[in-house]
Design a binder for this molecule. Structure first.
Ligand code: B16
Ligand code: MG
Length: 227
């Protein structure tokens, strides 16, 4: 048996399956406006892939605000309520191009599929976009203690699937997520720009025309395992 055989794929959610960053941005911006400071789309880039409370800390740093833990909890809850107002209106049209075809191919070829996301709202999103049933395991922000780049979210995904990390491939759009995959001794496909995701084994702009064969050709037959 090929030791490098791909037996499982673990997907990040925001930036890989859907673009929920735009809704996070609108909700964080509303919070910043309420506190009388500006929050730009460029600032929002810093929040991709990191937890809700870590995102709030960055927002407050931008606004130069120093608040108690209790006040921060209230602000995070307020932002989340606004964010949830957006995501409960999502539907299948928001699945990013090529994702469904690729996941369908994985299912047909008996590759196991897990979610590995920092979001505590992952179940709501997967339900809205109607792809919950494709996943054999879901590890989200409600199930982990350590944020990416800690590998916990992906290692728990591999464990839930019963697949060795060396036979798993992670799909990630954030630098911290790519590092988490590497820290978990998994191979990683970056979705986005090579300038940001250069540590990944392969970087693709999106899933358009991407196939299991292409993944195998790149990660199994051509590139040596980095460990
Ligand atoms: P929530 P991912 C991440 O999702 C987002 O990229 C990040 O911006 C957000 O702060 C985090 O989820 C937590 O989200 O507030 O819904 O718990 O990329 O890990 O799928
Ligand atoms: Mg992401």
């Amino acid at each position: 048996m090929n030791k490098k055989e791909i037996k499982a794929c673990i997907f990040d959610l925001d930036g890989v399956i859907v673009d929920t960053a735009k809704y996070h941005y609108l909700a964080w911006k509303r919070l910043a406006t309420e506190m009388d400071f500006d929050f730009t789309e460029q600032d929002n880039e810093r929040l991709k892939g990191i937890s809700r409370m870590a995102s709030l800390d960055i927002l407050l740093e931008i606004g130069n605000k120093n608040l108690s833990d209790n006040e921060k909890e209230k602000l995070a809850a307020k932002k989340n309520a606004w964010y949830v107002d957006y995501i409960i209106k999502m539907d299948t049209t928001e699945i990013l191009p090529g994702v469904l075809d690729f996941i369908t191919e994985l299912k047909e070829k008996n590759i196991r599929i897990a979610l590995g996301s920092a979001s505590k709202n992952a179940m709501t999103i997967l339900t809205q976009i109607q792809i919950l049933d494709y996943f054999d395991a879901i590890i989200d922000g409600t199930k982990v203690n350590n944020a990416k780049p800690d590998p916990e979210v992906f290692l728990k995904g591999a464990e839930a699937l019963g697949i060795d990390p060396k036979n798993c491939v992670v799909f990630e759009d954030a630098e911290a997520g790519v590092e988490a995959a590497i820290n978990g001794k998994m191979r990683c496909v970056g979705i986005g720009s090579p300038a940001v995701l250069g540590k990944a084994n392969l970087v693709i702009p999106d899933f358009n025309n991407f196939s299991l064969q292409q993944l195998n050709n790149t990660l199994v037959k051509v590139k040596p395992l980095p460990f």
